[in-house]
Design a protein around this ligand. Structure first.
Ligand code: NAD
Length: 343
């Protein structure tokens, strides 16, 4: 039987992977710690590891995995910015789940926006305290407002459809515009200048790192709302924090945070959060932080489990890896092996 171990496993991961494992001939061990250079030794004797978004798969981690016999890293997620592909090249294959439910993420983005705009988070707390006052709960109609969408891939396009359902005008920006889509593509600068709400749906790459910073924030309309369900480091969090304090930004909903690895997915109730920017953001009434949960639907977890096992099966059968991330393409941050000019 082929031996596989999982890192950063939570109860809900186990539930869904256990549901599908019977159909596959694998011996599985679930580890709770995140994968990094300190924990990689735990994978000694396994041929494949299954990793997640906040594992640190740098050169040191990869060397330890490789020396221990690991030849495949199966990411049970779509993003792969936490993998050093240069270090992995020629040693371990890396596969991922390119799409498991873009609806899950797009719907969460809209849920966050509606919560923030209509102040549901505050209303919920008020009525539980029998405070039925409406003071300070005024929102605005989304209908007729302009949504700027950065990244018009799988999630971005579904999010656009949802926004169109609300009667919003859409402006789009993408490094690779889909000209046949009928979307109104503009430059990043124009998108920043004209949008009432901006939602990020592009991957984290060298080019997109801190694309939202004090310069781009200054271009935006005063009071703009920001949505980030992609990757934390797309935004310079300190710049965002100051822009909210100065009321340049009217509100932000963040499912991801650039320093989330230390905090997200853990129950730290009662502990002091030693990240002043994260603490500051959480304390603001016009900021909502969720703990990288946009993917967390039954459908997404089922698809993640099934596709990850299929990826592992392909590797062990030696039939080729449909969902391998190609080292040459990682610089584009978007390898789905369908674009012949790029893959
Ligand atoms: P996708 O590959 O289908 O689409 C990404 C789009 O971004 C593509 O159209 C691509 O051309 C564009 N892009 C790449 N570089 C760009 C740049 N420099 N500027 C502008 N656009 C650029 O990916 P997807 O499935 O839509 O996922 C988008 C992102 O969502 C992922 O990269 C991941 O980081 C994030 N994600 C988050 C969660 C969550 O739970 N919060 C879950 C899944 C995915």
């Amino acid at each position: 039987m082929k031996k596989i171990c999982f890192f950063d496993t939570k109860p809900y991961d186990k539930t869904y992977f256990d549901m599908y494992k019977e159909a596959f001939d694998f011996e599985i061990d679930y580890f709770e710690p995140k994968l990094n250079a300190d924990t990689a030794i735990m994978a000694r004797g396994y041929e494949a590891v299954v990793a997640f978004v906040n594992d640190t798969i740098d050169a040191k981690t990869i060397d330890i995995l490789y020396e221990g016999g690991v030849r495949l890293i199966a990411m049970r997620c779509a993003g792969y910015n936490n993998v050093d592909f240069k270090a992995a090249f020629g040693k371990v294959h890396v596969v991922r789940v390119p799409a498991y439910s873009p609806y899950a993420v797009a719907e969460h983005a809209m849920a966050l926006l509606l919560t923030l705009n209509r102040k549901i988070h505050r209303a919920y707390n008020r009525t539980r305290e029998h405070n039925f006052s409406l003071n300070g709960l005024t929102g605005f109609d989304l209908h007729g407002k302009t949504m700027g969408v950065i990244g018009t891939g799988k999630i971005g396009r579904i999010f656009i459809d949802i926004c169109k359902g609300f009667g919003m005008e859409i402006l789009a920006y993408d490094l690779y515009p889909q000209t046949e889509s009928g979307l109104h593509y503009v430059s990043l600068q124009e998108l920043c200048e004209r949008s009432d709400v901006i939602s990020l749906h592009c991957p984290l790459t060298k080019e997109t790192w801190h694309m939202i910073n004090k310069n781009t924030l200054q271009l935006m309309k005063k009071g703009v709302f920001l949505i980030n369900t992609s990757r934390g480091a797309l935004i310079n969090s300190e710049d965002l924090f100051h822009a909210i304090k100065e009321e340049q930004v009217g509100g932000a909903v963040l499912d991801v945070y650039e320093e989330e690895t230390e905090f997200f997915y853990e129950d730290l109730s009662g502990e002091i959060i030693k990240d002043d920017i994260l603490s500051g953001l959480i304390s603001m009434p016009n900021v909502i932080v969720t703990s990288h949960q946009a993917f967390l639907t039954k459908e997404a977890l089922s698809n993640i489990a099934e596709i990850t096992f299929e990826n592992l099966k392909e590797y062990f059968k030696g039939t080729g890896l449909a969902n391998e991330i190609c080292y040459r393409c990682t610089k584009f941050g978007n390898c789905d092996k369908t674009d012949k000019n790029r893959c």
